[in-house]
Design a protein around this ligand. Structure first.
Ligand SMILES: *Cc1c(COP(=O)(O)O)cnc(C)c1O
Length: 354
């Protein structure tokens, strides 16, 4: 484990003088604000939003039981991913390691930032290959991305394994917990206080059903969140999102109900899918989607598209041969899906088996 995070930060970022806004230079309340060249009309939208997101951080801190100093708030977790690349990785030299298959944004962010991404295959049973992950890291490796529960394999990894990697490696271990609210496992969010090279990403796009307002968080050592805040656009979270989120975060009970419904539906859907003869495997899921291996995946996919039902074709992805990724919808939506698949089985499978 690294104790000195600044050793991993890019030298130009350590020395960065961040943008200083009018609201940085005067933070109190006042009757007349003539310091930011705002238009005096059309309140409250004429004002720049809080660049520190203080009220929202306070509220998310309470919700997640983490000190607000450990929080970075991003325009989706995709912003947090990009900013991590920009504070840790020098383009053209440094590299990062990720599991494979996994979420596609790590590769895109790596490519944009001209940072090599070294992919380490999961084991055939979707487990972490700890020796291979360790030996993929070298002096130029700045981050290791572990998505848990993992998209698209839908399983999660043991906290002990992830923490062992963080303890052993001189790199930032970034754990993407976008689906943690659907998982039986506990979040690692409360471990960042004693593991300085651990970053936990979470999002309000999935369990909280707020993908449209773009709100994601990184939970990390205060030194990491401080550098992230220096690099972000000053007003990265707009006023509408901040205000809406403050209200939406009151809906904790509603969110728990949604999660319970989705988990129940996930079970139903899994059982119904297993009854089709062209379904070879439904992988155990710790998320709000199912990875389903079928015979003739393209044919199934295209059949569903014709019925205006869109799932994700993952059949060409490593270890996911023949697999479709299906998000768990409402009871009615899942029935539309399984009815269409019943029709598919009737049209193409049962009628050919004579
Ligand atoms: C959906 C998803 C996200 C969410 O990204 P946002 O930018 O917060 O919407 C992050 N990570 C993974 C692995 C996802 O599948």
């Amino acid at each position: 484990m690294i104790r000195d995070i600044s050793r991993l930060i890019r030298p130009n970022i350590v020395n960065l003088v961040p943008y200083s806004s009018a609201r940085d230079e005067y933070t109190g309340s006042a009757a007349v604000f003539l310091d930011a060249n705002e238009n005096p009309f059309n309140g409250p939208y004429n004002r720049y939003p809080d660049p520190y997101q203080a009220a929202l951080k306070e509220k998310i801190g309470l919700l997640k039981n983490v000190d607000p100093r450990h929080l970075f708030i991003g325009n989706g977790s995709d912003e947090a991913i990009d900013i991590l690349f920009r504070i840790f990785c020098t383009p053209g030299g440094d590299n990062v390691v990720s599991i494979d298959p996994t979420y596609g944004m790590y590769q895109v962010s790596a490519d944009i930032n001209d940072v090599a991404l070294r992919k380490v295959s999961l084991t055939p049973s979707f487990g972490l290959d700890l020796p291979a992950l360790t030996s993929a890291c070298d002096e130029q490796t700045k981050m290791l991305f572990i998505c848990s529960p993992n998209n698209p394999t839908s399983n999660s990894f043991a906290a002990e394994e992830i923490l062992a990697l963080a303890g052993q490696l001189d790199v930032m271990v970034v754990v993407d917990e976008a689906y943690i609210d659907f998982s039986t496992r506990e979040s690692l969010k409360n471990r960042v206080a004693d593991v300085p090279n651990l970053v936990v990403l979470q999002t309000f796009s999935k369990a909280w059903a707020l993908a449209g307002i773009r709100l994601g968080i990184a939970i990390a050592d205060p030194e990491v969140t401080r550098y992230m805040s220096m690099v972000k656009y000053p007003y990265n979270i707009n006023m509408l999102t901040q205000q809406f989120a403050l209200e939406a975060l009151e809906n904790k009970v509603q969110v728990q109900e949604w999660i319970a419904l989705i988990l129940e539906e996930r079970g139903h859907l899994e059982r119904r899918l297993n009854q089709f003869s062209f379904v070879e495997k439904v992988y155990p899921s710790d998320a709000n989607f199912l990875l389903v291996q079928v015979s003739k995946p393209k044919k199934v996919y295209n059949y569903l598209v014709e019925k205006k039902i869109i799932v994700r074709d993952r059949s060409n992805i490593r270890l996911c041969d023949g697999s479709l990724r299906i998000t768990v919808g409402t009871e009615a939506e899942n029935l539309v899906l399984t009815d269409a698949l019943t029709q598919y089985q009737h049209d193409f499978i049962d009628s050919c088996e004579l």
